[in-house]
Write a protein that binds this ligand. Structure first.
Ligand SMILES: *[C@@H]1O[C@H](CO)[C@@H](O)[C@H](O)[C@H]1NC(C)=O
Ligand SMILES: *[C@@H]1O[C@H](CO)[C@@H](O)[C@H](O)[C@H]1NC(C)=O
Ligand SMILES: *[C@@H]1O[C@H](CO)[C@@H](O)[C@H](O)[C@H]1NC(C)=O
Ligand SMILES: [Cu+2]
Length: 723
């Protein structure tokens, strides 16, 4: 096998300085090293204009554990988290007992302060927002780190509870495992306690029975003979736990006759695959960047690449937050504002099954568990390519102390053989027209492993100004045990709530909705939302051989109600966020459009309890007036919430949104009818949407982009084939 790789040490160095600020070290000559005896050539000639990008001048080693904040939006540092903890420990209401910390993060300064801030200025006052639960009450506390004081304290502002802590979940499982009735129920199913794996799904909210206390509903699996216990459900056992009292409320034990599906062929790990695939293997593949990547990460969080600059940080709830994304105008050199803040605000996953063990499975993963909290370290070379830069998250445990979530975000350049633009033509008047430009993009990625499911979130920046936001779904199905082993045994068509995906296992039908908060600031904060509706115009008889054409009909939404959009294939529109006061030379307002990609809308009854809580999925697009407290589409407090806070409530205020600071919300949806290929681990399913410039640039911003020339590219491996 031919190998042509960056020096092995580069990887080790990279892992060691997981937050080295620039790629300078990797771009030095000498790291490009070819090993292997059959190699004929491994060369490249450097492309002049590239070598200027890796500037080490303002670089500095950035280590999460001893970082100081350098930007108003930088997450709280270790020192700041410890300071907050100390302030809370001495705060009168918490003197008797230090309350468990459910959330502790930067309370971002006012947008106006952030926008006015320039590098070198002192930072706006640092504040922390803390959510804790004490004696069954939720406390939302703001700590001012400058004054070293609690400056605001609200109790039970909404019906729900904050995100659960890992400590809560551990205690809920401990309470379950030590319950004698539970042990008997498990023994009756023929499962040893040592083979038991239980999980802690959130209970949703289904009326008064479960109100007024924080509960968890525990369901269990047998991990006998497989690490993929999700494929071996113990159907019908649900333990309801009061998480604060640490008591079993109720044990449901139904469907005792349903067998536990077998463990064979459920192990997905590479080490346990004992036979090769009947497939011709793919030769090793990787993109080579002998000059190093073209992006830099400054001060730990500011990413600069090609024409883009943005602030990137990890967040315990949202996973990953992009802030202050700006694009440089390739004609004027001006750095222009596109988006103040973009992140996943909520992830709603309702399952379609009314059984006692299933009806409550209607998760809201960001607000109930946290997408950053459930992110695990990315797997180098497989989750992210070789030249990726990894960023750590710094989060807070239930006892108020900081911990590092290592390598949870990666940033890399993607070259997938795609084309930025092209045209070819037969020679015209002696001109040769065969033009094509390669497309290279920059990706910021994080992956949340929320129990059985893995959600891959990509923010992909293109040099033509487009931002593509992609979501990939992989991991395990939540399967349900059934007595059936073959569809021939299923007599009534609608008997099952999903297809049989393996013997005795059905994949229950469900949806995934990912709601994005997109605070667009096109050339400034004041923007408008324009719907450009395509309407059919019938031609007058005799005027044209055509009977009908389509014409764009543009309308500015004046109020939040007018910006509640349900997508319709037979009544199509474009949706533009524009700056009405900034015009192109032709007089068009500058703008970006959201190009929806998902195909699913929630079809549940509007007053079905899960849908009341997830009313933010009642429309695919919403535009609200900017309000810094309105960040989380499912409300600040999501766990067991009734839907009294959140996007639908805010939008119903019907505020004016014309030439105002506005926030765009988009929900990417998936209906998921499982199939056998989803077993025992799902091949990734992707969907995406775009934020695409419309009349933002005067003309194609990448007209003068460089084509690829052979002499610029590394030639690796069996080079003789291609020389
Ligand atoms: C901002 O949002 C919060 C939460 O929805 C609300 O209580 C407050 O009244 C809003 N402020 C304004 C000025 O609309
Ligand atoms: C929203 O405001 C507009 C303009 O004031 C008004 O016509 C419309 O009826 C309002 N809608 C609701 C639901 O209040
Ligand atoms: C932006 O909107 C705010 C709030 O409506 C208004 O006070 C301000 O004058 C606007 N700025 C511009 C440049 O239109
Ligand atoms: Cu799914």
């Amino acid at each position: 096998m031919e190998i042509c790789s960056l020096n092995r040490f580069s990887f080790i160095i990279f892992m060691f300085f997981a937050s080295v600020v620039t790629w300078y070290t990797l771009s030095r000559p000498g790291y490009f090293d070819c090993a292997g005896s059959n190699i004929v050539a491994c060369t490249f000639s450097s492309r002049k204009h590239i070598s200027s990008v890796s500037q080490a001048s303002n670089s500095k080693l950035y280590k999460v554990n001893d970082a100081t904040p350098l930007h108003p939006l930088d997450p709280l540092t270790v020192q700041e988290i410890n300071q907050v903890k100390a302030i809370l420990a001495n705060y009168e209401p918490f003197l008797a007992s230090f309350p468990p910390i459910h959330s502790l993060c930067l309370d971002e300064p006012d947008k106006s302060q952030v926008l006015a801030w320039k590098k070198g200025d002192s930072l706006p006052v640092r504040k922390a927002s803390v959510i804790t639960v004490l004696d069954g009450h939720t406390h939302v506390v703001i700590v001012d780190l400058g004054l070293a004081l609690v400056t605001s304290h609200t109790m039970d502002p909404y019906s729900g509870y904050p995100v659960v802590t890992i400590h809560d979940l551990g205690e809920a499982l401990r309470t379950t495992y030590s319950n004698e009735d539970f042990k008997k129920a498990i023994a009756a199913r023929g499962v040893e306690m040592s083979d038991l794996s239980c999980i802690t799904p959130s209970p949703g909210w289904f009326g008064p029975d479960e109100e007024g206390r924080r509960i968890a509903k525990i369901v269990c699996f047998s991990s006998q003979g497989t690490p993929n216990f999700y494929m071996r459900p113990i159907e019908g056992i649900v333990v309801i736990i009061d998480m604060d009292k640490k008591k079993v409320v109720k044990i449901i034990d139904v469907n005792r006759g349903i067998p536990i599906p077998k463990g064979e062929n459920t192990d997905y790990r590479y080490v346990s695959q004992d036979r090769p695939m009947n497939m011709k293997p793919i030769n090793p593949i990787s993109i080579e960047q002998p000059n190093g990547p073209s992006f830099t990460v400054q001060d730990g969080h500011t990413v600069t690449w090609a024409n883009w600059v943005f602030h990137l940080k990890a967040d315990q709830r949202a996973g990953l937050i992009i802030s202050q994304a700006k694009v440089r105008d390739s004609e004027t050199g001006e750095l222009r504002s596109v988006m103040y803040k973009g992140f996943v605000s909520e992830l709603y996953v309702p399952y379609m099954d009314t059984d006692e063990g299933w009806y409550f499975k209607t998760y809201m993963d960001a607000g109930e568990f946290g997408l950053g909290a459930t992110a695990m370290p990315l797997v180098p070379l497989n989750d992210c390519p070789r030249n990726a830069y990894y960023m750590d998250g710094l989060f807070v445990a239930a006892d108020g102390s900081p911990f590092i979530q290592p390598n949870m975000i990666c940033i890399f350049e993607r070259y997938a053989g795609d084309i930025g633009w092209r045209h070819s033509e037969l020679p015209v008047n002696g001109f040769q027209n065969r033009e094509s430009r390669p497309k290279v993009t920059l990706v910021a990625r994080m992956i949340a492993s929320v129990g059985n499911y893995d959600y891959i979130f990509d923010w992909e920046f293109q040099t033509d100004g487009l931002i593509r936001v992609k979501v990939g779904l992989s991991g395990m199905l939540m399967v349900k045990g059934t007595k059936h082993e073959n569809v021939d045994q299923v007599y009534e068509n609608n008997e099952l709530n999903g297809p049989l995906v393996s013997e005795n296992a059905i994949g229950v039908v469900h949806d995934h909705f990912i709601t994005f908060h997109l605070d667009m600031d096109i050339d400034g904060t004041n923007n408008s939302f324009a719907k450009v509706n395509l309407v059919k115009e019938e031609t007058l008889a005799g005027k044209s051989p055509r009977k009908s054409i389509l014409k764009p009909n543009r309308k500015i939404a004046k109020t939040e109600e007018e910006a509640q959009i349900k997508l319709k294939l037979y009544d199509p529109s474009e949706f533009h966020v524009i700056n009405p006061l900034r015009r192109s030379r032709l007089g068009n307002p500058t703008g970006y459009k959201i190009v929806p990609g998902g195909t699913a809308a929630s079809l549940l009854d509007l007053d079905d309890p899960p849908q009341l809580r997830a009313a933010f999925t009642n429309n695919q697009i919403w535009v609200t007036r900017y309000n810094q407290s309105e960040q989380w589409a499912g409300g600040l407090l999501v766990y067991q919430s009734k839907g009294d806070d959140g996007l639908a409530v805010w939008s119903a205020r019907n505020r004016s949104i014309e030439n105002k600071d506005v926030v765009l919300w988009y929900t990417l949806g998936f209906h998921h009818i499982p199939c056998q290929e989803d077993f025992p681990v799902m091949p990734t399913v992707w969907s995406s949407f775009d934020l695409k410039p419309v009349n933002f640039f005067e003309s194609n911003p990448i007209l003068r982009a460089m084509p690829n020339f052979e002499k610029d590219l590394p030639v690796c491996g069996p080079g003789s084939l291609y020389q």
